[in-house]
Design a protein around this ligand. Structure first.
Ligand code: ADP
Length: 550
């Protein structure tokens, strides 16, 4: 019911109708008018020095009382009434009747109160449509004209005690009616025009307000959803606005940065040095909220109002940290590739003369006349030359692994071969092998490189165990995994990070290239190497090779 009443009211307002509040005020002013009118009348009466009250007074009181009562009832009804339009029309109609009554008791043509019609017409204009105002003007004319006509023809009933001027001339009546009716219609016309104008500007204002609301909402959404960080710095160098992306990049919320000095917040960002500085493009390293260093790429431009006054500086920025890190990595990788190429070229060049040196010394050693002392020295030369040769071979495999040719191989057979081969090696004399795999397991590998990687792991295992212990070999072709586990001391936590680095070794005569080579060749095959602890506390290296397309 209430909702329907409200809906009806909105409808009524849109057509220029009155709201409940306006009508309440209208009723209030009506009562106020009557009170003032009565007070004025009483004062006039007291001051006019008449010995007995004017005979019209009781009628005035009656009319005033009736009107107050009407206003009171209307105020009560206003809460419940649904059709405000009819209610308004009824109020205006009542007022016209009241005014006519007042004119009637105050002497008809002699009454001053015909101007009440004007007031009613004007107030009608506030609540009613233009047409209704003209109706009110017409009604006023008819009522006033009829009253005067009745008076003129002497048909007006005489109220007790009232003496109307009975002899009114035709021209007086005509003139009074003419002037008043003209006044009524002109007032209606002017009121209608003014009210129309008022309503039009009200509507225009409402439309503009709605547009501003929409615009503001749109702006907010754009600011929030834009991917770049946006910050507004006021002419005193303090942060005034900070969008969601800016918070995401720097970790600060708007509340945390609001009104802070940009120079303190992001030192190095050259946007303020006592005055705002536009920047076309620059980079800066700043600390985020959590103390992390971030590289920001930023640009700043002035925000001006239509009068070209500086409102502040709009700073847009992107997080380039990740990009910079990648750029750095690429540069390093490039440099390493160049160094690797150079080093492997040199290694190649050294290997050949080294082989000649070793060969020549071996020839010299065959001479029977060589003293024992010299022979021992020559043996050192040959041994060290061999060691150097092996180092160079290892280095070349690490630095320049040939592009792998992945072929579906029987890896279990490859492991069998390998075990057979190392069993003949003196370093593996006291090493037991436990083969934890079924025959026939196939995986896509580069046979030569894979064999090299496994061999390096086996040699490391034997060395870690001091040549005595057990090596477990496992294969899971479905998971693409091969592991080598030993019963040695395992790898201490503090060096686990470094063991794959080239030239990292804990052995006196180690090269530090074994695991680095394993890592390089497995990575070249698209796989990975994992280190874990074996069941007996030794090291377990798992080579993970991705399954081929098939
Ligand atoms: P190198 O064998 O020449 O020292 P590697 O790169 O093969 O070089 O190994 C690096 C280091 O990793 C070794 O010096 C050793 O300390 C450690 N390591 C490698 N394999 C094992 C293993 N199975 N058990 C214990 N430590 C190992």
């Amino acid at each position: 019911m209430i909702r329907r009443a409200v809906a009806g009211e909105t409808e009524n307002r849109r057509e220029g109708g009155a709201s409940r509040r306006q009508l309440t005020w209208y009723l209030f002013f009506r009562v106020l008018f009557i009170i003032l009118f009565l007070t004025g009348t009483i004062i006039y009466q007291l001051h006019s020095g008449l010995d007995r009250p004017h005979p019209a007074l009781p009628y005035l009181y009656l009319l005033a009382g009736l009107s107050c009562l009407h206003a009171l009832m209307s105020a009560i009804m206003l809460r419940a009434v649904r059709g405000l339009r009819v209610f308004t029309q009824a109020q205006i109609a009542w007022d016209l009747l009241f005014a006519t009554g007042l004119i009637y008791v105050t002497g008809g043509i002699d009454s001053l109160f015909s101007l009440l019609y004007l007031i009613i017409i004007i107030s009608g204009g506030i609540f009613m449509t233009r047409r209704e105002v003209f109706f009110a003007a017409s009604a006023s004319s008819i009522l006033y004209g009829s009253l005067l006509d009745l008076q003129y023809y002497g048909y007006l009933p005489q109220l007790g005690g009232l003496a109307f001027p009975q002899q009114v001339s035709e021209s007086d009546v005509f003139y009074a009616v003419f002037v008043n009716v003209l006044g009524f219609f002109f007032t209606a016309l002017l009121t209608g025009m003014l009210v129309d104008r008022l309503r039009r500007s009200e509507q225009a204002l409402e439309r503009r307000t709605v547009d501003f609301g929409e615009l503001e909402e749109l702006n907010r959404t754009i600011l929030a959803s834009i991917g770049s960080g946006l910050m507004i710095v006021n002419p005193r160098g303090r942060v005034r606005s900070f969008n969601a992306a800016a918070s995401r990049i720097t970790g600060y919320t708007l509340q945390e940065v609001y009104d802070r000095k940009v120079r303190e917040l992001f030192p190095g960002m050259g946007v303020y040095d006592g005055g705002l500085l536009p920047v076309s493009r620059a980079e800066v390293r700043v600390k985020d909220k959590h103390g992390g260093l971030r590289t920001l790429g930023y640009a700043a431009s002035m925000v001006k109002d239509p009068q070209e006054q500086n409102l502040g500086l709009l700073v847009t920025f992107q997080d380039l940290t990740h990009l910079k890190a990648m750029e750095g990595q690429l540069k390093r990788a490039d440099r390493l590739a160049a160094v690797g190429q150079l080093a492997s070229g040199m290694a190649h060049e050294i290997r050949n003369p080294l082989a000649s040196i070793s060969g020549s010394v071996q020839l010299l050693m065959e001479d029977r006349n060589v003293s024992e002392e010299n022979r021992r020295l020559m043996e050192i030369v040959v041994r060290e030359a061999d060691r150097l040769g092996n180092l160079l071979t290892d280095f070349l495999v690490y630095a320049r692994p040939n592009p792998p040719e992945l072929v579906e191989e029987d890896v279990s057979a490859l492991l069998d071969d390998l075990v057979e081969m190392v069993n003949a090696d003196a370093r593996f004399t006291f090493v037991d092998f436990s083969r934890e795999y079924a025959p026939g397991g196939r995986m896509p590998v580069d046979r030569r490189l894979f064999r090299q990687a496994l061999l390096n792991l086996l040699i490391n295992a034997a060395e870690a165990m001091g040549g005595r212990g057990k090596v477990l070999l496992g294969l899971d072709p479905d998971a693409g995994a091969v592991y080598v586990e030993d019963t040695g001391p395992g790898i201490p936590a503090e060096i686990r990070e470094k063991i794959f680095d080239p030239f990292f070794t804990t052995k006196d005569r180690g090269t530090g290239l074994g695991l680095a080579t394993v890592y390089a060749v497995i990575e070249a095959m698209g796989g990975s190497v994992e280190l874990s602890e074996g069941s007996a506390g030794g090291a377990r290296f798992t080579l993970q090779i991705p399954r081929g397309e098939s």
